[in-house]
Design a protein around this ligand. Structure first.
Ligand SMILES: Cc1cc2nc3c(=O)[nH]c(=O)nc-3n(C[C@H](O)[C@H](O)[C@H](O)COP(=O)(O)OP(=O)(O)OC[C@H]3O[C@@H](n4cnc5c(N)ncnc54)[C@H](O)[C@@H]3O)c2cc1C
Length: 412
């Protein structure tokens, strides 16, 4: 792995540092800096505008679609500097991380011009319509169908676990567009407006009272014929691109969010004396080692991408990534709850708390169920080995596609 940065990267690093120093509130870098809740809320709102004006949201996207056209190396430096400064990035997972990059890769020129600037400016928000009641891990078994009627697709069916569907303007949706071919072949990837008759969103209420996931029913819902991404009946390949973005995380910086949270957990163990327990220390060190492994693997993946290396170890890194970080996080948050002990059973949070891990912005304490940041992260960690493809499915992918083991038998 290559640990040196070219001199242009260091020049760019200075540019980012200067921008952050000029734009973050006064005192941000001082020890013990804190903002009262109202000030923090105002900062969060204003900060997204500043990021947009600075061009730092999705800064690798080409300039003609509103990005800054940063190289991979520059984007790594950008992420490193934001992480170093503890400056938040916008957390629009569905637009910035999933559908935006998918449109960049597969979209027509018209789709790029229409959708990418609106994603960047935050004008449209998205949800992901892949899973159905009988099509989760076996996604290709989906039954929602779309039929052409003149210049429009007409969509009928049901999706489930659709996060943020209640607030989304658009859904990127997989639908069956040819019933006569094999199940992977007859799927298309459509961009469908949510605010129209025939779309019914029913929240699934979670134990904390929130309804973040939804069932979404489509009855003769319409979208323009040209809103198919990557060609009619080519949706499986396009969906795999989106899932690749969902399972992967930024090469050199993804470990940092875990690193920061682990520091908080260690502080708690020191404060309540649990650090003296050899079993706790052992588990903390196992977690620490895994964060270091993520760091080194990030460097390996980055080096491979910069040098264009494509060998088995690179493929293995990609395939094991989601399984590794999600299981790490689930186990570490169980450890955090063990360290908190009885305190972990009491709701000690407030809706003004900042999440314990950057990127966890939506996981806030609700007034009726005020989880602390660590409790919120613990709850969310239970879902991370499931969404975006379960850890078992990731193991199947490693076995079959990386190690070349025989394919698992399919049910008759
Ligand atoms: C927090 C969260 C947010 C989500 N948000 C969205 C969203 O916005 N949009 C969306 O489309 N979906 C979303 N999902 C759904 C998610 O993609 C599915 O839950 C996931 O793909 C698993 O599908 P399933 O729930 O139907 O489980 P199933 O596929 O029924 O799996 C059940 C169990 O069987 C195991 N299993 C299944 N098949 C195999 C196999 N072949 N080999 C070994 N084990 C197997 C699985 O690993 C799992 O443990 C979300 C899920 C969660 C938890």
């Amino acid at each position: 792995m290559d640990l040196t940065y070219p001199s242009e990267a260091e020049t760019f690093r200075k540019e980012i540092r200067t921008w952050l120093e000029d734009n973050l509130p006064e005192g941000w870098f001082d020890d013990g800096f804190e903002q009262p809740p109202e000030e923090r809320a105002r900062f969060n709102d204003e900060w997204v505008k500043k990021l947009y004006e600075g061009g730092w949201i999705c800064a690798t996207w080409p300039e003609e679609y509103g990005g800054k056209g940063l190289s991979l190396m520059e984007s790594v430096v950008l992420n490193e500097e934001f992480a170093r400064a503890g400056a938040p990035m916008r957390a629009d997972f569905f637009g910035d991380t999933l559908v935006g990059p998918t449109i960049l890769q597969w979209g027509t020129e018209e789709q790029k011009k229409e959708f990418l600037p609106k994603i960047l400016s935050g004008q449209i928000s998205w949800c992901q319509g892949f899973s159905e009641p009988n099509a989760g891990s076996d996604l290709a078994g989906l039954k929602t169908k779309a039929e052409l009627d003149g210049d429009e697709w007409v969509i009928n069916g049901q999706k489930v676990w659709t996060t943020q569907a209640k607030h989304a303007d658009y859904i990127f949706l997989l639908a069956r567009t040819d019933q006569s071919v094999s199940k992977h072949a007859g799927i298309s990837y459509l961009l469908v407006p949510m605010q129209q008759d025939g779309v019914e969103v029913r929240p699934i209420i979670q134990p904390d009272g929130s309804g973040e996931f939804n069932e979404v029913f489509f009855s003769d819902v319409r979208c323009p014929k040209e809103n198919v991404v990557g060609g009619v009946n080519n949706g499986w390949k396009v969906a795999m691109t989106t899932l690749g973005f969902e399972r992967g995380t930024s090469a050199t910086t993804s470990h940092r969010r875990f690193e920061r949270e682990l520091e908080v957990i260690m502080e708690r163990a020191k404060a309540n004396g649990k650090i003296a327990d050899p079993a706790v220390r052992q588990r903390l060190m196992a977690s620490y080692s895994k964060v270091q492994i993520m760091k080194v693997n990030g460097w390996r993946a980055l080096t491979a991408s910069l040098h264009g290396t494509k060998d088995l170890s690179v493929a293995a890194l990609g395939a094991t990534n989601k399984m590794f970080w999600s299981e790490y996080h689930r186990d570490t948050m169980e450890l955090a709850m063990d360290i908190l002990g009885m305190e972990g059973q009491i709701l000690t949070g407030s809706s003004n708390d900042e999440p314990s891990m950057p990127g966890l912005a939506p996981r806030k304490a609700l007034r009726e169920y005020p989880v602390s940041p660590l409790q919120a992260s613990f709850f969310f960690s239970r879902s991370e080995t499931i969404w975006g493809g379960t850890a078992e499915i990731q193991r199947n992918i490693v076995g079959e596609r990386v190690l070349g083991l025989p394919k698992e038998p399919k049910p008759a």
